[in-house]
Write a protein that binds this ligand. Structure first.
Ligand SMILES: O=C(O)CCC(=O)C(=O)O
Ligand SMILES: [Fe+2]
Length: 327
């Protein structure tokens, strides 16, 4: 958030100085007086679990109060929390839409989201009425294409949401503790988790779930990657070593086209694919018996000219809720 109240600024300074209790007191007192930024700050602290205990139920209530007090971003996050069932409440898609439409009356950002959502044919639980059929590229392993899974406007929306959050793919070397370039992936990336996302993104996540025959709860947060010329994703497997709740399916939506290079390829199958903006490639990372499918190894070839934008959804075997958002 660009602007914040005096109390929130003071709280940040106190926190930085190690005066944790005072920081919380100052911000909580302002929140009690109805300061929207202070209410929002308390909500975020309950999400981070620092300096307040992690509590998605409390965060949800505070986002709601901050939104009602006029904090536009909080109203949007509140709608997402309602849709997701954050804090152990029942997911409520209709309720979330009502909240967003109410916010849209005053906030142009919410209005734009509402417009994108209004253009989607969704049922009562936010699932799409129609999804494209998977066109097979390979049967063993299963690799297929979903043409036009996202519209051009939706692709632009996802990219715009991620853009300010993109950071270079760096990893910390476990022996030296130094940051270094990621050895496998050289793109810039952003993870659109519950507090970065909006209802449009949630509807798209539900569309990916419907199109892959999975439940949205199985999905990791949507990740956006941007490759500049020379950047690539070297040959890898999406399964995680030793993971019990494995990444069984990957769905990659191409958010743009027109760049040179950058095809997605599966060397062990001969499949090489480059989608048009809005197309998705979907593939299985495990076999029918749940064992890792080695032939699903793949790479994003180096981009030669222009920028390549994709969003990836890694889909787990079971529900994925590492923060206990749904209680
Ligand atoms: O950039 C690509 O085409 C591949 C991306 C990828 O492998 C992934 O996101 O898991
Ligand atoms: Fe991958």
């Amino acid at each position: 958030m660009d602007h914040s109240s005096k109390a929130v600024d003071r709280g940040a300074k106190l926190l930085a100085a190690g005066a944790v209790q005072q920081a919380v007191q100052v911000v909580a007192a302002a929140a009690e007086r109805g300061d929207p930024d202070a209410l929002h700050q308390l909500a975020l602290w309950h999400v981070y679990g620092q300096p307040l205990p992690r509590d998605f139920g409390a965060a949800r209530t505070l986002f709601g109060r901050a939104g009602e007090a006029g904090h536009a971003g909080a109203a949007i996050t509140h709608a997402v929390f309602v849709a997701l069932g954050a804090g152990g409440l029942k997911p409520d898609w209709r309720g979330a839409l009502r909240l967003l439409h109410a916010a849209a009356e005053k906030d142009p950002v919410a209005a734009k989201q509402a417009k994108l959502l209004d253009a989607m044919a969704l049922d009562n639980v936010g699932a799409p009425a129609h999804v494209p059929k998977i066109e097979p590229l390979s049967l063993q392993p299963r690799i297929g294409v979903l043409r036009g899974l996202f519209t051009a406007a939706e692709c632009a929306h996802v990219a715009a949401l991620a853009k300010p959050l993109l950071t270079p793919s760096i990893v910390v070397d476990s022996t030296t503790g130094k940051s270094m370039l990621h050895p496998i992936r050289t793109s810039d990336g952003a993870v659109l988790g519950p507090i970065q996302q909006d209802l449009v993104l949630e509807a798209l996540n539900r569309r990916i779930a419907a199109a892959t025959g999975t439940r949205a709860e199985q999905g990791e947060p949507l990740t956006v990657l941007r490759y500049s010329p020379g950047q690539q994703y070297r040959l890898h497997h999406d399964c995680l070593p030793g993971e019990r709740n494995q990444r069984i399916i990957t769905a990659i939506v191409y958010l743009n086209d027109g760049y040179a290079g950058g095809a997605t390829c599966f060397p062990e199958t001969g499949v090489e694919f480059k989608g048009k903006a809005g197309d998705a490639i979907v593939f299985a990372n495990v076999r029918g018996n749940g064992q890792v499918e080695e032939k699903s190894r793949h790479a994003g070839r180096p981009v030669e000219r222009g920028e390549k934008w994709i969003s990836t959804r890694w889909i787990r075997a079971g529900d994925f809720d590492p923060w206990g958002l749904r209680g």
